[in-house]
Design a protein around this ligand. Structure first.
Ligand SMILES: CC(C)(COP(=O)(O)OP(=O)(O)OC[C@H]1O[C@@H](n2cnc3c(N)ncnc32)[C@H](O)[C@@H]1OP(=O)(O)O)[C@@H](O)C(=O)NCCC(=O)NCCS
Length: 229
C-alpha cells in the first residue's frame, strides 16, 4: 500500500492511502462486505481502474485494516448542457472498467464510494469523498461529479401501498421528483444517499431518466450531483 495522506483531523487513527494492484485482495474483501452480491464489482474492474487512473483509487484504513474504498476517473462535462445529458452510469464509466477515462477531462467523476457495513456511519465515507475533492483540486479539475442512487425510493412507494411496477413512466418520474424533494424536520434531505453527498459538498443537478440503473431499489433512477472545485 502506497502511503498518500496520513492525518485526518480528530480522527488520528485513520489513514487514507492511494491503493495499488497489491491491495486487490483487501479491496475485494471490502467490496464484498459493502454491497449485496449482485452489486459487487469483481476484482477485474478494480484492477482496470488502478491501471487506467491509479491516482483516483483510495482506501481508508483503521488500525492497518482497509474499511472503505473510493475510485474515480476524468471526463469532460459542461453543466450548461445538462438538459441534453442522458448518459447512464455504465456509459460514463465504461461499465465500471473506466476505459472511457479522459486524461484531460475538466471533471473528476467519482465512480464508487464504499464503506464496509460494520464501519458505516462513522464519517469514513465523507473522508473518502473529501479525498476525491483534494485530488480534483490538485489536478486542476473544474468540477467534481457523480451519479447517486435513490436506495430508499422503492421502499417509500411500497410503504404508501404503491407498486412502482404498476406506474406509467410519467407517473414514476413524477413520484421520483417528489421523493427527491422530501426533507426531514432538520431540513436535510430525506433520502440518505443524497443527504450523504450533500453533506460532502455536492448539489443535486438533475434526476436522470429511469434507465440509470439497473437498480431496483432506486427504480432505476439516478441523480446527477455536482460541485465546483
Ligand atoms: C454511502 C456510504 C458510502 C456512506 O459512507 P459512511 O461512512 O457510512 O457515511 P458517513 O458516516 O460519512 O456519513 C453518514 C451518512 O451517510 C449516509 N448513509 C449511511 N449509511 C448509508 C447507506 N447504507 N446507504 C446510503 N447512505 C448511507 C447517511 O446520509 C448518513 O447520514 P445520517 O447520519 O444523517 O443518516 C456507505 O454507507 C456505503 O458504502 N453504503 C453502501 C454502498 C453505497 O451505497 N455507496 C454509495 C454509492 S456508490
Amino acid at each position: 500500500m502506497k502511503l498518500y495522506h496520513v492525518e485526518i483531523p480528530n480522527m488520528a487513527s485513520f489513514v487514507i492511502s492511494q491503493l495499488t494492484e497489491s491491495d486487490i485482495e483487501e479491496i475485494d474483501r471490502v467490496e464484498k462486505n459493502t454491497w449485496p452480491i449482485d452489486w459487487q464489482a469483481p476484482k477485474e474492474k478494480f484492477q482496470a481502474r488502478i491501471k487506467m487512473f491509479p491516482a483516483g483509487v483510495f482506501g481508508l484504513s483503521k488500525n492497518d485494516k482497509l474499511v472503505g474504498v473510493t475510485t474515480s476517473m476524468r471526463i469532460n462535462f459542461d453543466p450548461n448542457k445538462i438538459n441534453d445529458y442522458h448518459k447512464t452510469w455504465d456509459e460514463i464509466t465504461g461499465n465500471g472498467f473506466i476505459d472511457t477515462h479522459e486524461p484531460d477531462g475538466n471533471t473528476l467523476y467519482v465512480v464508487s464510494v464504499g464503506v464496509q457495513r460494520e464501519s458505516q456511519g462513522k464519517g469514513y465515507g465523507q473522508q473518502l469523498v473529501a479525498k476525491q475533492f483534494e485530488l480534483a483540486k490538485s489536478l486542476g479539475c473544474k468540477y467534481l461529479m457523480l451519479g447517486a442512487r435513490l436506495p430508499k425510493f422503492r421502499d417509500s412507494l411500497t410503504t404508501q401501498g404503491i407498486n412502482p411496477d404498476n406506474l406509467s413512466t410519467p407517473e414514476l418520474i413524477q413520484k421520483a421528483q417528489e421523493y427527491l424533494q422530501l426533507k426531514r424536520a432538520d431540513n436535510l434531505r430525506q433520502e440518505p444517499e443524497i443527504r450523504f453527498y450533500e453533506k460532502c459538498g455536492l448539489t443535486v443537478l438533475k434526476l436522470t431518466d429511469p434507465d440509470f440503473g439497473p437498480d431496483p431499489e432506486s427504480c432505476n433512477f439516478g441523480v446527477i450531483m455536482l460541485a465546483e472545485v
